[in-house]
Design a binder for this molecule. Sequence first.
Ligand SMILES: Cc1cc2nc3c(=O)[nH]c(=O)nc-3n(C[C@H](O)[C@H](O)[C@H](O)COP(=O)(O)O)c2cc1C
Length: 188
Amino acid sequence: MTESTPSLSCSLSGKTIALGVSGSIAAYRAADLTSELRRVGANVHVVMTESATKFISALTLGTLSRHPVLSSFWDEEGWQPGHIELADKIDLFLVAPATAQQLGNYANGLAPDLLGAIYLATKAQVILAPAMNGKMYEHEAVQKNLETLKGRGVEIIEPVVGELACGYEGIGKLASVDVIVKNVVDAI
Ligand SMILES: Cc1cc2nc3c(=O)[nH]c(=O)nc-3n(C[C@H](O)[C@H](O)[C@H](O)COP(=O)(O)O)c2cc1C
């Protein structure tokens, strides 16, 4: 990974990113994404959904990001909720992978979890990298949510065609770490 994106070195220096990780099988790739964002200089704070913790541990992402991982409203300490503090200070809110559930939450203004709350509370640029079964991705409901989000200025990093964890071949695979990082660098 380090060899593949040398030109981006330190391009995110001084920038703070909240990396949301939701409950897709692609959540394991958040480890490489966290490392790569850090390598190019970003200060990365990982926020996970409860489902995401079934796919990759907070310990892994906390160690790679070098910051504590937020995953529940109810574990936060201090007078100001940690997710609001984070929403205020970030330069960019990136969710990768973003599940169908997350797209629906953001499109409809729902905050059942920390990611939904940060989406609503932040003024930072938002980038979402969806990953899901191809039929889910192409469903009218998901496409409508994506259109709604794009209409609000949210950047969507389209998933790619490939072999999916569900056993099918098709669209829905999380974009590569290089592509996601390039989009983040271009956006900031
Ligand atoms: C093995 C497995 C893989 C899954 N992969 C995906 C996926 O890639 N994309 C997706 O939208 N949902 C996927 N799901 C379903 C989500 O985990 C489920 O909708 C969950 O409620 C998402 O919650 P979250 O958005 O709060 O993380 C998967 C579920 C399982 C059991």
